[in-house]
Design a binder for this molecule. Structure first.
Ligand code: C5P
Length: 334
């Protein structure tokens, strides 16, 4: 039996990088939001052993060996459940590779969900979270879906109120950005700042500890403004615009400070989204994807045609609520 699962993408609504930790990771604060764009993951289990990854519209940056996040996930799920079998994982790639949309992380969680279904076995919730965090910092969020607060190295996730869907536009530039490299560049920027501080020069970045305290304050202000009734908000109500209210409070993605100087064209795309009427535009994760949030689907559609005329690879989509994320994750048929 083949089980097919939609593997949805995410964006980051603000991302703040703290100090480098002893384990080599960075503490961070972010709000993750799942979106409707997705890959499809198909998993089948047969007799024998071994894990095989298939990816038809193959991008050379998608590894087909044991370094693939889906492979690493399947290995751990089989091990944890104590089952043997030959697992074939087919990745139908639609999402950009190295795009900052969490595709590789989402693909791995989709593999877990599909493999559990195919084996008709379920891992305990704690094991699911542990395995997800082992494979990568961005995975646990895909076990939650919707809007989620991410702390620690991003792997510690807390679900936030399920806000109504917001229209958005995603621009996929030609370049890919390595997240690991972006963190290295961030550290270099912090070092330059420290050296400038010693020379008594004006700093452009506040110190890491001050920054996370400030972000904690802003996030808790957001959270206390969230509806906590659990009831779905009506269209056009205040809650309906809450996501836009949140981003209007001036959230930022720190990665822009190291990625934009390297790829100035990405800064230009953010500007084009803003001029195209987006209420908020940002790099997602370490990029290279940029997104804009819009007041309506009509406004988003207008922006898409404008941006496409400039030769940019652009799609209209929307944020995906937690309820929809889980309703739509399973694909019926192949
Ligand atoms: O966890 P993940 O595999 O996605 O991380 C990729 C790389 O990005 C890590 O090896 C690490 O170098 C860097 N990273 C980091 N701090 C984080 C998340 C990732 O330094 N919070």
């Amino acid at each position: 039996m083949t089980v097919a699962v939609r593997s949805f993408a995410k964006i980051n609504l603000g991302l703040y990088i703290g100090a480098a930790r002893a384990d080599g990771f960075h503490d961070l604060r972010t709000v993750y939001q799942t979106i409707a764009l997705h890959d499809v993951i198909r998993v089948s289990v047969g007799r024998g052993s071994g894990i095989e990854i298939l990816c038809e519209n193959k991008d050379p940056r998608v590894p087909l060996d044991s370094s693939n996040t889906c492979y690493r996930m399947a290995e751990r799920v089989l091990d944890q459940l104590g089952v043997k079998g030959r697992v074939i994982i087919e990745i139908e790639k639609r999402l950009p590779v190295q795009g900052g949309l969490g595709a590789a992380s989402s693909n791995a969680v989709a593999t877990m969900v599909a493999l559990e279904r195919a084996l008709k076995r379920k891992l305990p919730a704690a094991a699911r979270l542990r395995i997800a965090a082992e494979v990568g910092s961005d995975l646990p969020l895909f076990l939650v879906g919707g809007t989620a607060l991410g702390v620690g190295r991003g792997e510690e996730v807390y679900p936030l109120a399920d806000l109504p869907a917001v229209a958005m536009v995603v621009v996929v530039p030609e370049v890919g950005v390595s997240t690991a490299q972006a963190f290295v560049d961030w550290d270099a920027l912090v070092q330059r700042e420290k050296a400038a501080e010693l020379r008594d020069e004006q700093l452009t970045l506040p110190l890491a500890s001050d920054r996370l305290i400030e972000v904690g304050r802003v996030l808790s202000a957001w959270l206390s403004g969230l509806p906590n009734t659990g009831a779905p908000a009506r269209r056009g109500s205040r809650a309906g615009n809450l996501l836009l209210d949140l981003v209007r409070t001036g959230i930022e993605n720190d990665f822009e400070k190291v990625v934009f100087p390297l790829y100035p064209e990405l800064r230009d795309i953010k500007g084009a989204l803003e001029r195209g009427g987006s209420r908020y535009a940002s790099l997602s994760g370490s990029g290279s994807t940029l997104y804009g949030l819009f007041q309506s689907r009509a406004e988003a559609a207008k922006a898409v045609s404008r941006l496409r005329k400039q030769g940019l690879k652009t799609v209209a989509t929307s944020t995906l609520t937690r309820r929809k994320y889980w309703e739509q994750s399973l694909v019926v048929g192949r």
